[in-house]
Design a protein. Structure first.
Length: 726
């Protein structure tokens, strides 16, 4: 039987993509998860539907698509406690709870903006001015919108009244229609969340006190530090009212300034036409009517200009009482909210940072290969291990669906996290791991069986960030990683990134106001949470970017479309793959500490030491080395897998394996021989002595790979020997 002539197959026909990534993290229990999809479809033996369900419900290519598909939310309830509204927040749905999107929260927007600001100025965390937090947390946009709406209300009602008085029926109908539309907008805004109007009520109350106290004739309010103190008083004013200026902010108007024809507010704020109009709106809102306090806050905020018969101590003390009550409610609710959302905020922020780094330089901010959101815990994955294995086998069978990277949840370890965890329901439980992390090693080992490289980090905290990264912490990392049975396909990522450090979590939200030498209103401070970004997401994002030919070409590299980017030498190209984080270190690492780091070079290590690249000082954090937990360059792990897939996909005979090895070596020599063109994605660096060899002396055909950076030749079993007929 004549033997067929060997035909070399283009490498990318067998290995076209090398960046498909899966993320094991739970974001929304109301959405589909990988576990529910694989259990349902494998039970029904419906593989086609399984693939479509994963594509349509779990795969995302941008942060915006992730938000749209998974809608990360926190749940808010409002009840009454001791006559006051009581706001509570939960990560899981509860009866009567209203969902609130995380990305709409001022806290999340503040964190986003702070990352951007810190990356732009490049200053260390100690040199960063964190007073900007107060401005970003202040609900200024919501205040401005509410003030504009109430000014429009007042204006429309006035025009409607004037049209009615002049018997302009059609004009009056038009104004009435616009007035009702605006009232509906206000109703929709606050009907489910009365808490949203508190900032406006508090701001108005502060403005009134700052105006009223000086009018009493005993003291004038002057700001000294964080406290308003006494001064010389102006002439006592005994009448007038607060009105809204053109921007809807409160201004004081003396009695002599009030027009006799101004009837919008009436002589009594309690019976003004606008207050009566807004009372009808309030009556329809259960969240308002549950509490006299909240109803008063709503009506005072939206009832227009109201009269003050006189400015006296009673009115000032009453206003101070209201301000204290509203501020107490606001502070208590906000601190509960921050405590409840911090975990989800950081997880969502992690995903955003993954995509920001994975799409670096791409115009559409979309990754060509998806991020698969498993939307489950490791414990849930463990419970479906059999079907999870079937799923990974299914994905590995097709090149366009092959998974290359995984991101695992932050690892909790007693070395860095206090825990009384006694859970024996574990998955290869290793000593020292706590919580869901008891299943971490089992997942690491399972993914490695399918050639998937897993990125992970220890739970982000002050101790695992840049500030505390020292010899002792490094030794702990090395000891813990040293106990792992799977090191080749696992990557510890460190240090974690600090957005808001713990020492900047006590924020001033309201200054004290004094009268007669005592504080009418005490200074109010709000406790927020320290915020971190998990290093694993940043590392995985950078690795995904390094596997993208378009990104490499945008950064000035020459690439061939015949080969994947697995052999791209990322570690030496740190200056072109900077993170989007500021240089956190106030002081550089010592020479002795760098020596310790360079000794084993485990994992994916980031640095913010001073460094010059291409004649310019770096202003953003960069990676120091990009290795697996054996200290081997990640490109060697990826390239070995890619070459293995190439041979196995083509199902070469023993002779053709020999031909393919020789052909690949020859092509790599040619690619590396041109002094004018250096291909960043050549599958091997022939100029550095890298090459393939073949060993078919045993029962299997093995391809050996010689990497310049590794002393040992890596050997891959590419096929079993088959008897050939003559």
């Amino acid at each position: 039987m004549a033997k067929s002539k060997f035909v070399f197959t283009t490498f990318t026909k067998a290995v076209d993509q090398t960046s498909r990534t899966i993320l094991f993290e739970k974001f929304n229990s109301e959405k589909e998860s990988l576990i529910s999809i694989i259990n349902d479809n494998f039970d029904d033996n419906n593989i086609e539907r399984l693939v479509k369900d994963v594509e349509n419900q779990l795969e995302v290519r941008s942060f915006e698509e992730f938000l749209k598909r998974f809608e990360p939310v926190i749940y808010q309830t409002q009840t009454m406690k001791d006559g006051r509204p009581d706001f509570r927040y939960y990560s899981e749905p509860k009866p009567g709870a209203k969902p609130k999107k995380i990305v709409d929260e001022a806290f999340y927007k503040m964190v986003q903006e702070f990352i951007r600001m810190k990356a732009e100025n490049g200053k260390s965390n100690l040199d960063t001015l964190y007073t900007k937090i107060d401005e970003l947390l202040a609900p200024q946009q919501a205040l401005d919108e509410a003030r504009q709406k109430r000014k429009q209300l007042e204006s429309l009602l006035k025009k409607y009244q004037q049209a009615e008085e002049r018997h302009r029926t059609e004009e009056a109908k038009s104004y009435k229609k616009r007035l009702m539309k605006l009232e509906k907008e206000i109703y929709e805004k606050y009907k489910d969340d009365a808490f949203e109007m508190l900032p406006l009520a508090i701001a108005d109350s502060e403005d009134k006190l700052e105006t009223q106290i000086p009018m009493l004739g005993t003291n004038d309010t002057q700001t000294s530090g964080n406290t308003s103190v006494a001064g010389d008083a102006p002439k006592l004013l005994t009448g007038g009212r607060f009105v809204w200026n053109d921007s809807g902010k409160l201004d004081y108007q003396g009695a002599e300034e009030i027009s006799d024809g101004d009837t919008t507010s009436g002589n009594d704020s309690q019976s003004s036409p606008l207050r009566l109009e807004m009372q009808k709106v309030a009556d329809r809102m259960d969240t308002i009517n549950q509490s006299e306090t909240m109803q008063l806050a709503f009506l005072d905020s939206f009832s227009g200009s109201y009269s003050l018969a006189k400015v006296d101590e009673d009115s000032v003390y009453a206003e101070a009482d209201r301000l204290r009550e509203w501020t107490d409610i606001y502070k208590e609710a906000k601190e509960r909210l921050y405590t409840a959302i911090i975990s989800l905020v950081q997880k969502v922020l992690d995903v955003e940072m993954y995509f920001r780094h994975a799409t670096d330089g791409l115009k559409d901010n979309k990754t060509p290969q998806p991020l698969i959101i498993a939307n489950c815990t490791l414990k849930e994955a463990k419970g479906a291990e059999t079907n999870l294995r079937k799923y990974l086998e299914l994905e590995n069978a097709k090149e366009d669906r092959r998974i290359w990277f995984a991101i695992l949840p932050p690892v909790e370890h007693t070395e860095f996290v206090d825990s009384d965890d006694e859970d024996e329901d574990d998955w290869d439980k290793p000593e020292g791991f706590t919580g869901d992390s008891t299943n971490f090693v089992g997942m690491l080992n399972l993914l490695a069986e399918y050639g998937i490289v897993s990125f992970f980090n220890f739970k982000a905290s002050e101790q695992t960030g840049f500030a505390k990264f020292n010899s002792e912490v490094l030794k702990s990392y090395e000891d813990i990683v040293g106990e792992l049975s799977e090191k080749e396909h696992s990557v510890l990522c460190y240090p974690n990134f600090t957005v808001i450090p713990r020492y900047e979590t006590d924020r001033l939200i309201m200054k004290a106001q004094s009268y007669k030498g005592e504080n009418l209103v005490e200074e109010t401070r709000l406790s927020i949470n320290a915020v971190y970004v998990d290093a694993a997401y940043v590392a995985a994002g950078i690795m995904a970017a390094s596997q993208n030919r378009t990104i490499l070409e945008n950064k000035g590299y020459t690439c061939s479309d015949k080969y994947p980017c697995t052999r791209f030498e990322l570690e030496t190209e740190y200056s072109k793959f900077l993170t989007f984080f500021n240089m956190e270190n106030f002081m550089n690492w010592t020479d002795s500490f760098r020596e310790e780091l360079n000794k084993n070079k485990i994992g994916f290590c980031f640095s913010s030491n001073d460094r010059i690249a291409n004649g310019k000082k770096l202003t953003r954090t960069y990676f120091y080395y990009t290795r697996n937990n054996e200290g081997k360059p990640l490109y060697s792990v990826l390239t070995e897998r890619a070459i293995g897939h190439y041979f196995k996909t083509n199902e070469f005979s023993a002779e053709d394996c020999n031909n393919a090895v020789n052909e690949l070596n020859s092509r790599m020599e040619k690619m590396n021989s041109n002094p004018n063109t250096e291909y960043a994605n050549a599958i091997l660096k022939a100029g550095k002595g890298e090459k393939l060899d073949i060993d078919d002396s045993g029962n299997t055909i093995n391809v050996g790979i010689k990497f310049a950076a590794l002393s040992k030749v890596r050997s891959i079993v590419v096929s079993s020997k088959k008897s050939e007929e003559d």
